[in-house]
Design a protein around this ligand. Sequence first.
Ligand code: B3K
Ligand code: ZN
Length: 857
Amino acid sequence: MSDLRQPKRLADYQIPAFVIEQTRLRVELHPTATRVQSELVFRRQSAGPLWLDGQALTLISIELNGQPLQQTEYQLNDKGLMITDPGASGSLQLVTEINPEQNTALEGLYLAEGVYCTQCEAEGFRRITYYPDRPDVLSVFTTTLVADTVQLPFLLSNGNKVATELLADGRTAVTWHDPFAKPSYLFALVAGDFDRLADRFTTAGGREVELEFFVEKGKGSRAGFALSSLMRAMRWDEQRFGLEYDLDRYMVVAVDFFNMGAMENKGLNIFNSKYVLADDVTATDRDYFNIESIIGHEYFHNWTGNRVTCRDWFQLSLKEGLTVFRDQEFSADMASATLTRIDAVKLIRTAQFAEDASPMAHPIRPPQVLEMNNFYTVTVYDKGAEVIRMLQTLLGRDGFTAGHSLYLQRHDGQAVTCDDFVQAMQDATGQDLTQFRRWYSQSGTPELTVSSQYDPDRQQLRLQLRQHTAATADQLSKLPLVIPVKIEILQPATGRRQQQLLVLSAESAEFLFDNIADNPLVVWLEDFSAPVKLHCQYTAAQWLSIAELASNDFARWDAMQQYWSQLLQQTIAAAELPTLSPALLALYRRWLQQPLADLALTAELLQLPDFDSLAEQYQQIPVEALVQALDSLQQQLATALYEDWLACYQRLTVTPYVYEQTQVGCRALRNLCLSYLVHGAAGAALMQQQYHSADNMTDRLAALRCGQLAGVAETAALLKDFAARFADDVQVLDKYFNLVVSSPKAQVFAAMVQLTEHPAFSWKNPNRVRAVYGAFSQRNPAQFHRADGEGYRLLADVVGRLDQVNPQLAARLITPLLSWQRYDQQRQQILIALLQQLAKRSDLSDDLYEKVSRSLV
Ligand code: B3K
Ligand code: ZN
């Protein structure tokens, strides 16, 4: 690539020369020519010019302290505006014009389907007006929105509504004031016509808060679950962390055009409608779970993110890792703790480990960034949350909670760093966390190799642990980390057991346990107590014993994962297909026959690992061998246990739908049984029967998915029925798109072309694009990774086309193409050629440029 664009570096951080004490905005909304007047009250705090970021803006006028500035008194380029010496303090008045209708990047202010809305994180505010668009400039905002309230009855912004004025020309001006100083990335405005659903919440301290949800007209009845989730989140944060809400109003707006899940703008969250709208007919158990978790996440940001924010974007994990940790703890309390943990770990072991092994590898605090939007990653978010979880494990829950409180008290109203957070944890508990901080600066997946020796004469158990982190694309040398390892020592003969926390901080260590009377079996890394790859030489029988006997439910599930991946590794190495052992079948039967167990857990225990988790064990992924081995296992389990799947399926009774954990578990297990049963003779009939009789989306969709993945011919007619039944409902159509593109058959390519001609499909809508191409590349390994490169070519085309429309979306979708080193020679050549073609384009966005250039070095 010829042009060398320069990344920003953490090491170059400098405090801003000016603070903006007050920001007054007046936004006159217009589809193609929105006028933004701003008044910035500034004060110098260190040497340097006043720099205001600005992108894709038309500057109409600029005045300093009421006097127009001559063109010689400021410098303007395509990145912003500079005033060399505006004085020690003063006020700057600017008028800019923007075009919200043309804004398909969905960053800054955009107009989609009649709704104006904003997305400012990370650097979108600079597309609204010239401003020091960096998180360490905190300002008090007063915002006036001007529009025709017949067309746009709701004009919303952050904070409290302080004035409404009817203008002479018939338009209305509504003014909002947010008393909390905030960085520009937390600014939001929304204008549109909505259904409004509201309720009140009284905080522990007695503040009456108005909760308001604004959703697409006609869909108000689908916002009830999100609203009740918000109330649960508010109560939970009071009880668990002693944190209360701080404004009189909390608004949530749901829109269908949105680049990610949701955004925590102060007092005015904006959500992807996918994470707000739900009812039994259109949403699955998984959707309900996600809504509660994301509503919680954005709410929890009010403290961890908004009241205390990031000094610079390299510190993103300060708010995101911590807030993901908080939402996981909330979900664990609201839904199933074990399942919540299993979900989080699956994500780390697939996407995060893959990211560490990719050209985009970075630590949770990246040291350099070209396009910030590329760093909203599973590493920063989810590995970041694992790092916070390790702190809780090491410091204990009380110590951690004390550190959390100290952090928020000490830094309320400030923009701070990850180091400040760890320092608060250290000061509150007196524990030295110097070495622990390496987790923030070191990238890569540590490998933890463990072994145990038992001396029956001395009744002594010796445990050996060793850590090693291999070089990553971004960083060659690695240091030992502090790794908390939760274990259980099982003594199967006597039933005795003990749980321990081992802390490995050197490269290797030994631990001795006395008075172990009979031959023990050690359960390693309970609850996935550290984000590492575990290497442990157990026999198949030992894994199955752990799966049956461990106290920790997570560890039981994990033992099954290890069992399967070891079996597949051995058989693939020997170029054979795996077979099922009598011991495994017996264990599966026992699990299928225990009616009183935690059914959601049973379903997870009985499920094969997916392609992505298995792939992460290989440096070079044996695509065909993995797909075939998984297919074969699925078929063998279906046949060998047919009667058992059927008996379990029939025993689990169907009751009218409620989203409630016992029922969730029951549906999960029943649908797992169906996924095996569809391979048998009565499979099609069962699937059809379940599809037609279901009173809820979970069971209806599961029937379709089982049929589609198993290639059952009768699925086609049901899919057609499904598409027709929900033709007017884009949220359900996304599920339909998902199903169509997950077909493991070659016809999927033609089907995808048809989907893009579906009246609901739009290249401008990220949800639609993800439902087709994101799902195809992530959930259809057999066709996406086809040896002839058809899947790769298709995705590269889509990425190239989308870069003009929405670079953030394009850069997300390209991810699976970057890791060409993970595949065989033939695939590597195809992928490199596709990446090189993209690299040649002169108009490539920074988003794609950063990823493609890192992949091709
Ligand atoms: N903070 C936002 C993410 C913004 C992404 C910008 N590309 C959502 C969240 O993590 O809560
Ligand atoms: Zn977040």
